[in-house]
Write a protein that binds this ligand. Structure first.
Ligand SMILES: NC(=O)c1ccc[n+]([C@@H]2O[C@H](COP(=O)([O-])OP(=O)(O)OC[C@H]3O[C@@H](n4cnc5c(N)ncnc54)[C@H](O)[C@@H]3O)[C@@H](O)[C@H]2O)c1
Length: 262
C-alpha cells in the first residue's frame, strides 16, 4: 500500500503566504495538487507566490487582504468562491511579532494591541467568515499557526506570547463548535524557523544564534517547508480524526526545561 497526500480538486486559502512559512506552505499545497488562494497585505509577495505556483503548473490567485478587516476578509471568501467554487482548507498563517522587545511593563499599548489584533483577531475573523461557508457543506479543515511562544513563555515579547497562547486555546474552542459540522480545527506551533526575515534578523547575530541552537535538540532551526509539512498533514485525510490538537514543530525545543534566554 502506498500512502500519500493528494489534495487534487481541493481549495486552500493560506493567509500571509506572500513570504516565509506561508509561502513554503503554499508551494507544498500546490505540489499536493491543491488550488491555492494567497491573501496577504503584501500583494507583491502574494503575486510572487502565485506566479511560482502557476509556473509549477498549479492554480493560484493572489489577493490584497488585511486579515483584520471585515470587508477584506469577506472579499477573500467571495473571490475564492468565484474562482474555485468552494473552500476546503483555511490556514491562518498571517501573523506579526512585537516591534519592541521590552519587558511587558515597558511595551507601548499600540504595539501590544497590534499583535493581538493580527494574530488573534485575524485568526478569528478569517475562521468565522470561512466557517460559515464550510458549515453549509458540512466539511472543512482549519489550521492555525501559533508558535512555541504560545506553549512556553519567552521574555520581552509578552504580546506575542499572549497572542499565540490565545491562538492555541481558540483552536480548541473552534474545534468544539465546528466538530458537529465535520470541520476539523487544529494548530501548528512552529519553533525557530529560518525564513529570510529570521535569518537576516535574529540569526545574523552569531552569539545569539549559537546560544539558540544549544536549546534545540536537533541542533538547527526549521526550514519553512518543514512547518508546511505539519500543516499539510493536518489538512489531509491522514488527519481525519484529529481535531483541537496543537502539533509542535520545533526540533525538540519545548521538550527540554532549559532556561531559554533568547
Ligand atoms: N519564523 C519563525 O521563526 C516563526 C516561529 C513561530 C511562529 N511563526 C509564525 O508563523 C507565521 C508566519 O511567519 P513568518 O515567519 O513566515 O513571517 P513573515 O513575516 O515572513 O510572513 C508573514 C506574512 O503575513 C503577512 N501579514 C502580516 N500582517 C498581515 C495582515 N494584517 N493581513 C494579511 N497579511 C498579513 C505579511 O505581509 C507576511 O507576508 C506567523 O503567524 C508567525 O507568528 C513564525
Amino acid at each position: 500500500m502506498v500512502v500519500s497526500i493528494d489534495l487534487k480538486g481541493r481549495t486552500a486559502i493560506i493567509t500571509g503566504a506572500g513570504s516565509g512559512i506561508g509561502q513554503a506552505t503554499a508551494l507544498l499545497f500546490a505540489e499536493a495538487g491543491a488550488n491555492v488562494v494567497i491573501p496577504d497585505l503584501n500583494l507583491k509577495g502574494a503575486t510572487d507566490t502565485a506566479d511560482q505556483i502557476r509556473r509549477m503548473g498549479g492554480n493560484a490567485i493572489a489577493l490584497s487582504t488585511d486579515v483584520t478587516s471585515v470587508k477584506d476578509v469577506e472579499k477573500m471568501v467571495s473571490s475564492t468562491l468565484d474562482e474555485f467554487t468552494k473552500i476546503d482548507v483555511l490556514v491562518n498563517n498571517a501573523g506579526i511579532n512585537t516591534k519592541h522587545r521590552k519587558p511587558f511593563y515597558e511595551q507601548p499599548e499600540e504595539d501590544w494591541m497590534s499583535v493581538l489584533e493580527v494574530d488573534v483577531k485575524g485568526t478569528w475573523l478569517c475562521s468565522k467568515t470561512v466557517a460559515l461557508e464550510m458549515i453549509k457543506r458540512r466539511s472543512g479543515r482549519i489550521v492555525n499557526i501559533a508558535s512555541t511562544a504560545g506553549v512556553a513563555a519567552l521574555r520581552l515579547q509578552s504580546n506575542f506570547v499572549a497572542a499565540k497562547a490565545g491562538v492555541i486555546r481558540l483552536t480548541q474552542a473552534m474545534a468544539m463548535e465546528l466538530g458537529p459540522f465535520r470541520i476539523n480545527v487544529n494548530c501548528v506551533a512552529p519553533g525557530s524557523t529560518l525564513t529570510e526575515g529570521v535569518k537576516q534578523g535574529l540569526y545574523s547575530n552569531p552569539a545569539w544564534a549559537e546560544k539558540m541552537l544549544t536549546y534545540i535538540p536537533l541542533g538547527r532551526g526549521a526550514e519553512p517547508r518543514e512547518i508546511g509539512q505539519g500543516v499539510l498533514f493536518l489538512s489531509s485525510d491522514l488527519a481525519s480524526y484529529i481535531t483541537g490538537e496543537t502539533l509542535v514543530v520545533d526540533g525538540g525545543w519545548t521538550a527540554g526545561a532549559q532556561v531559554r534566554d533568547v
